[in-house]
Design a binder for this molecule. Structure first.
Ligand SMILES: NC(=O)c1ccc[n+]([C@@H]2O[C@H](COP(=O)([O-])OP(=O)(O)OC[C@H]3O[C@@H](n4cnc5c(N)ncnc54)[C@H](O)[C@@H]3O)[C@@H](O)[C@H]2O)c1
Length: 310
C-alpha cells in the first residue's frame, strides 16, 4: 500500500509515518519543514521525502499522477492560530487552497485512491457552550485557522458527495505526546508543561487553570486513523477525535507533580482572548467504527515523560 502523508515531518505525522512504516506501507512525505523536522522521520529515505509546499500545483500533480497513492493523510497546515490571525491571507492559501489542490489533484489523477483523511480541529467549535462537543453541534469559529479548518472539512465532505472521493475529516482535540514542539507559547500546553517541569522553570496559567480540555495521546490518534482507514463507512463523514473525557489544566499540573515526584513554580495571568473554558468531545460515532482510546491520562503522560529521543 502506498501512502502520502502531507505534514509528515511534524509531530502527529511522524507518529503516523512510524506506525505505517512498521506495517510495511510505502510512505511518502510531502513537507516544507516550516514547523516540522527532517530528524522526526529519519527512517524515511530521501527518495520518499519531498520537501515542498502543498500549494506547489505542478509538483503535487506530478507526484500524485506518478505514485497513485492508496491513502492520503493530509496534515500539512499553518497550525498556529496566532499566525493565522496575523497573516490570514497566507494561512488561507495553505489551509484552504492547499487542501483543495490535494483534493482536486486526487480527483483528476488518482483512480486508485481508497481513503483521503483531512486533519480538522476542535477549534471549529469556538466558544460554544454545549458539552460535549458534537459534530452536529452549532459551530462558532473564532480565528482564520478555525474557519480554514471548517472550510477544509466541508470541501473534503463535498468531494465525497459530488465526486465519490473516499474522504473523511477528523476534528482533533488536544493531541499530546513525544515530538510535540514546546518552543512557541502557542504550542500544545502539555508540551510546554513538560518542558517547564524538565527544566525546573515556572509554568504560567492563563486564567485560573480550571479550563478543561480533552487531551488525547498521539498513539490513540494513530489508532483512530487506522480505524478510519479500515472502514469504508467512514467515507463522507466528519468525526471528533478525542477521548470523550475532560480534565482541567490544574489537574494536569498535579499529574506532572506526581510523575516528576516534585513541583515547579506556577503563576497565573490574565485569560487569553478567545481561550475556551471547557471542552471535550463526543466520540460515539468513532467508537461505533471500533475506536477505543487505550491511554488514560496517567499512562499517556508517563510514556511521554519517559520518551527518549528527538
Ligand atoms: N496537535 C494538535 O493538538 C492538533 C489539534 C487539532 C488539529 N491539529 C492539526 O493536525 C495537523 C498536524 O498538526 P501537528 O500538531 O502535528 O503540527 P506540526 O506543526 O508538528 O505539523 C505540521 C507539519 O506540516 C508541515 N507544513 C506546514 N505547512 C506546510 C506546507 N504549506 N506545505 C507542506 N508542509 C507544510 C510542517 O512543516 C509540519 O511538519 C495540522 O493540520 C493541525 O492543524 C493538530
Amino acid at each position: 500500500m502506498k501512502m502520502l502523508i502531507t505534514g509528515g515531518a511534524g509531530f502527529i505525522g511522524s507518529h503516523l509515518a512510524e506506525f505505517y512504516c512498521d506495517k510495511k506501507y510505502e510512505i511518502f512525505i510531502l513537507d516544507d519543514l516550516s514547523t516540522g523536522h527532517r530528524s522526526n522521520v529519519e527512517f524515511i529515505d530521501d527518495k520518499h521525502f519531498i520537501k515542498s509546499c502543498i500549494t506547489n500545483k505542478s509538483l503535487v500533480e506530478d507526484l500524485i499522477k506518478k505514485e497513485q497513492f492508496d491513502i492520503v493523510i493530509h496534515l500539512a497546515a499553518v497550525v498556529s492560530v496566532v499566525e493565522s490571525i496575523n497573516n490570514p491571507i497566507r494561512s488561507q492559501k495553505i489551509n484552504i487552497d492547499g487542501t483543495l489542490n490535494l483534493l482536486e489533484t486526487n480527483r483528476r489523477h488518482n483512480e486508485n485512491l481508497k481513503r483521503f483523511i483531512f486533519a480538522s480541529s476542535a477549534a471549529v467549535y469556538g466558544n460554544t457552550k454545549s458539552l460535549p462537543k458534537k459534530t452536529d453541534s452549532f459551530i462558532d469559529p473564532e480565528s482564520p485557522y478555525a474557519i480554514e479548518k471548517y472550510t477544509g472539512e466541508q470541501y473534503t465532505k463535498i468531494y465525497n458527495n459530488l465526486y465519490k472521493l473516499p474522504t473523511t475529516s477528523l476534528r482533533f482535540f488536544n493531541v499530546y505526546g513525544p515530538r510535540q514542539d514546546p518552543n512557541s507559547p502557542y504550542s500544545g500546553v502539555l508540551s510546554i508543561m513538560k518542558s517547564k517541569f524538565a527544566n525546573n522553570e515556572t509554568f504560567t496559567f492563563y486564567g485560573d487553570g480550571k479550563q478543561t480540555r480533552d487531551f488525547v495521546y498521539v498513539k490513540d490518534l494513530v489508532q483512530a486513523v487506522s480505524v478510519v482507514i479500515n472502514n469504508e463507512e467512514s467515507s463522507g463523514e466528519i468525526f471528533n477525535l478525542g477521548t470523550g473525557k475532560q480534565i482541567s489544566l490544574i489537574n494536569m499540573f498535579e499529574k506532572f507533580e506526581i510523575l516528576y515526584k516534585r513541583t515547579i513554580d506556577k503563576k497565573f495571568t490574565t485569560v487569553r482572548s478567545g481561550d475556551i473554558k471547557e471542552s471535550y468531545a463526543q466520540i460515539e460515532a468513532l467508537k461505533n467504527l471500533g475506536y477505543s482510546p487505550k491511554y488514560s491520562i496517567e499512562e499517556g503522560l508517563e510514556e511521554y515523560i519517559n520518551y527518549v529521543g528527538s
